[in-house]
Design a protein around this ligand. Structure first.
Ligand code: SF4
Length: 276
């Protein structure tokens, strides 16, 4: 059992490693049945980017993907997170609730992958709902099957990262299969759950016009998809890869030019998506 720590405010750009060395492996992790405790990287209090209005963003630990351009590899392992109680998170969230409601915002759980710790995040989402907050998760969708109907009913929005429409490209950039993400996207469409699709534009890796068109064709008919957000690759995570002695493939990958970003947004718009 990991030692209970404190919930620390911070930023997705803070490096946090080795905080709970006896935590289970995220690949073997069987979520604790009642989700009373879990592993968290940090939280931010003033995001205007991760959902509508002003957001508190909780970064939870654990992810089964290994995106080559991930800017938060210190969220991959539960052992790098702080072990805390869900009630501690909800209590802290409560101190921001008035401001979040007044600014049409809410809670976004990101990571890492919120669906690695399904019981823990379910409990936090329920607490946020009791506070009258808008709720969202950011997910790759790879573990979408773990989100049952009850879990989805506590969500007002899903930020769904679709990293590629091509199974081979998806595997080469994430190390995992694309199919579960597509299955989750279709399920969300079938129940009309609001979604913002997020696409990370990595020159030389995901910018192929056919790859972009494939995602556009997939999501354009989905009426629940409110936005397709193009997220330009950046190098802000490079220092984490180096500090963690991980093999970083993108030392020489440039950030996308404004022209490339405009081309990709236009591809989505031409297919009928709202894109920005
Ligand atoms: S899904 Fe997100 S947290 Fe997981 S490896 Fe990819 S970018 Fe990183």
């Amino acid at each position: 059992m990991s030692q209970l720590g404190n919930l620390e405010a911070g930023s997705r750009h803070d490096l946090r490693v080795g905080i709970s060395p006896d935590a289970p492996d995220e690949g073997q992790f069987k979520d604790e049945p009642n989700g009373a405790f879990g592993y968290v990287h940090s939280y931010e209090t003033a995001s205007r980017y991760d959902g509508p209005g002003l957001r508190v963003v909780l970064f939870v630990s654990g992810c089964l993907l290994r995106c080559s351009y991930c800017h938060n590899p210190d969220t991959w392992h539960l052992k790098d997170g702080t072990y805390i109680s869900a009630s501690q998170v909800i209590e802290r969230l409560g101190t921001f609730a008035n401001a979040l409601r007044a600014l049409d915002g809410g809670l976004t759980i990101s990571g890492g992958e919120p669906l690695v710790q399904t019981a823990f995040t379910r409990r936090i989402l329920a607490g946020a709902k009791q506070l009258g907050l808008h709720t969202a998760i950011e997910t790759s969708g790879y573990l979408g099957d773990r989100a049952d109907d009850d879990y989805l009913s506590a969500l007002d929005l899903v930020l769904l990262d679709i990293k590629s429409s091509d199974p081979e490209t998806y595997r080469s950039v994430t190390g995992r299969d694309l199919a579960p993400t597509l299955r989750f996207a279709e399920r969300l469409a079938a129940i009309g759950k609001p979604v913002w699709v997020r696409f990370t534009l990595v020159p030389g890796f995901t910018d192929d016009p056919d790859n972009v068109d494939g995602i556009a064709r997939l999501v354009a008919p989905m009426k629940n998809v409110k936005w397709v957000e193009v997220q330009p690759f950046h190098q802000l995570g490079e220092f984490k890869w180096k500090s963690m002695k991980l093999d970083y493939k993108h030392v020489n990958t440039p950030t996308p030019t404004p022209d490339l970003v405009a081309r990709v947004i236009e591809q989505f718009r031409a297919a009928g998506c709202h894109s920005r």
